[in-house]
Design a protein around this ligand. Structure first.
Ligand code: FAD
Ligand code: NAD
Length: 475
């Protein structure tokens, strides 16, 4: 049996990054990962690379290009005649990107001398300070032991009994990313991040999209003003139908598709759709790990309990990413992976969980970091608001992307930035400046006094910072 300094269970962004960082720090490392792609081949990178962040962004880009070509190129004087969408080609491009990136992880493992073991990892016990594990791949069982184990087993889609997924008509994220035809009518249960991103892809390609959201409010974790603006753009401007307070009660297959029954404000209603995506959140995944063999158990919500440094209660066993508390985001998983590897190596890394950015890759994009207005109000914090619209920015005008705004919330006394909320073009990129500023405890005046290139979208952030003090220049 081989003994390693570190064995990582799970090869997603939390696990593979932890493995690479531990190897960089001179440790002997193995990573056990169970993922098989649609062709039945091992494929590293977890949910993110195989059926999450990356394929969804590939389809978002293709569908956005289609929409631009269909509706926006004409005003630039570009005449294309009729524009047609070849969905299998779009899917081939997406699959190629996924293949390149998942093979890239295998390459990184080779380069960093990380031993890659395909199979389902499970704990078999402890011998002194060593943790014993097995990787099970069919009949093949590989036993390993380790001084440190990092659990990075990720998450899976949450299921609801009223809409069982078959990935033919009722789809989870994997099914939604693999459609080969454009559904005429697409239903989505859950108007959260996946629902909005996948709904956007298929709406742009021509589907009539209806989202059924159980909560009475839209994007309730986001800043209320931001959510209101995003809702207006996605529904009024783009034609997505979003039904709030809609509780799905049944899904029935009919000759013409699916009938989705739901209750809204005490009324029994239904919609007819051709395909239905279920996107009601994700649940931590630890099935088959045999946590009990090392004296661990999940909490009542299924997460592996960890402290602020991702340590479990068993010395030498750590857990990172979607299977532990905190936002289920790839960048959060990666930073935890790095931090754990460094802590094992005796370093003192730190992650600031207050400054993890969120991005929703609709068009326009939605992003935020830090506190929302409603949270500040609830906490009784006095703050000032500076807001500036993309419509008054030259770069946004030339891009033809003028919807949305940047809003900065700053402490009324110290002027320290408490939150930044963006709906607008390239919000995913713009939020990085806000994260850096907040990490360095910047005030709104700091951003207001930084020179921003002209014309650039960054000027909207600059003007919003000026607006905190009532001195925006171009409004
Ligand atoms: P995962 O990526 O889930 O990886 C876990 C790995 O562990 C998997 O390979 C799994 O097979 C393996 N595994 C599980 N159990 C075992 C076992 N016992 N033995 C061996 N292997 C095991 N996040 C963002 O930040 N940005 C985005 O744009 C974004 N888009 C997304 C889009 C979609 C459609 C979805 C579904 C998710 C998206 N996410 C996004 C979330 C992101 O994918 C997750 O937060 C991230 O993948 C979590 O990383 P992880 O390493 O914790 O787990
Ligand atoms: P989500 O939590 O973002 O949204 C789920 C939505 O479904 C919520 O609005 C919730 O109120 C609603 N819901 C729950 N039960 C319901 C029911 N029975 N009927 C109707 N609505 C119901 O979850 P998601 O969209 O499934 O995505 C899962 C996670 O994956 C996200 O929270 C995020 O962490 C990650 N993700 C991130 C990105 C990104 O960073 N761009 C993209 C996709 C996914």
């Amino acid at each position: 049996m081989d003994t390693f300094d570190v064995v990582v269970v799970g090869g997603g962004p939390g696990g593979y990054i932890a493995a690479v960082r531990a190897a960089q720090l001179g440790m002997s490392v193995a990573c056990i990962d169970a993922w098989k792609n649609a062709k039945g081949k091992p494929s590293l990178g977890g949910t993110c690379l195989n059926v999450g962040c990356i394929p969804s962004k590939a389809l978002l880009e293709s569908s956005e290009n289609f929409e631009r070509a269909s509706h926006q190129f004409a005003e630039h004087g570009i005449q294309l005649g009729s524009v047609a969408m070849d969905v299998p080609t779009m899917q081939k491009r997406k699959d190629k990107i996924v293949d390149q990136l998942t093979s890239g992880v295998a390459y990184l493992f080779k380069k960093n001398k990380v031993t890659s073991i395909h199979g389902v990892g499970r704990f078999t016990g402890r011998k002194g300070d060593l943790t014993m594990l097995e990787a099970v791949d069919g009949d093949k069982i590989t036993a390993v032991s380790a001084k440190n184990v990092i659990i990075a087993t990720g998450s899976v889609p949450r299921a609801i009994p009223s809409a069982p997924v078959d990935n033919i008509d009722v789809l989870d994220n994997a099914g939604a990313l693999a459609l080969t035809e454009i559904p005429k009518r697409l239903g989505v249960i859950g108007a959260g991040v996946i629902g909005l991103e996948m709904g956007s892809v298929w709406r742009r390609l021509g589907s009539e999209v209806t989202l059924l959201e159980a909560m009475e409010g839209f994007l309730m974790a986001a800043d209320e003003g931001l959510a209101k603006e995003a809702h207006k753009i996605l529904t009024k401007d783009q034609g997505m139908r979003i039904e709030l307070g809609a509780k799905v009660t049944s899904v029935q297959k009919t000759k013409k598709g699916l009938t989705v029954g739901y209750e809204q404000a005490g009324q029994a209603l239904s919609i007819e759709v051709d395909k239905l995506i279920v996107a009601v959140g994700r649940a931590p995944f630890t099935t088959g790990l045999q946590l009990d063999q090392v004296g661990l158990a999940t909490d009542e919500r299924g997460f592996v309990p960890v402290d602020g440094h991702c340590a479990t209660t068993v010395p030498g066993i750590w857990a990172v990413g979607d299977c532990v508390r905190g936002p289920m985001l790839a960048h959060k998983a990666e930073e935890e992976g790095v931090a754990v590897a460094e802590r094992i190596a005796g370093q003192q890394p730190h992650i600031d969980f207050n400054h993890i950015p969120w991005v929703i890759y609709t068009a326009p994009e939605v992003s935020w970091v830090g506190q929302t207005e409603q949270a500040l109000k609830a906490a009784g914090v006095k703050y000032r608001v500076g807001s500036f619209p993309f419509a008054a920015n030259g770069r946004a005008k030339s891009l033809g992307e003028t919807s949305g705004f940047v809003k900065i919330l700053a402490d009324a006394v110290t002027d320290r930035i408490l939150g930044v909320h963006i709906v607008g073009p390239f919000a995913s990129e713009l939020i990085a400046e806000a994260v850096v500023a907040m990490e360095f405890s910047a005030s709104s005046e700091d951003i207001a006094r930084i020179v921003h290139a002209h014309p650039s979208l960054g000027e909207v952030l600059h003007e919003a910072a000026l607006a905190v003090d009532g001195r925006a220049l171009n409004m």
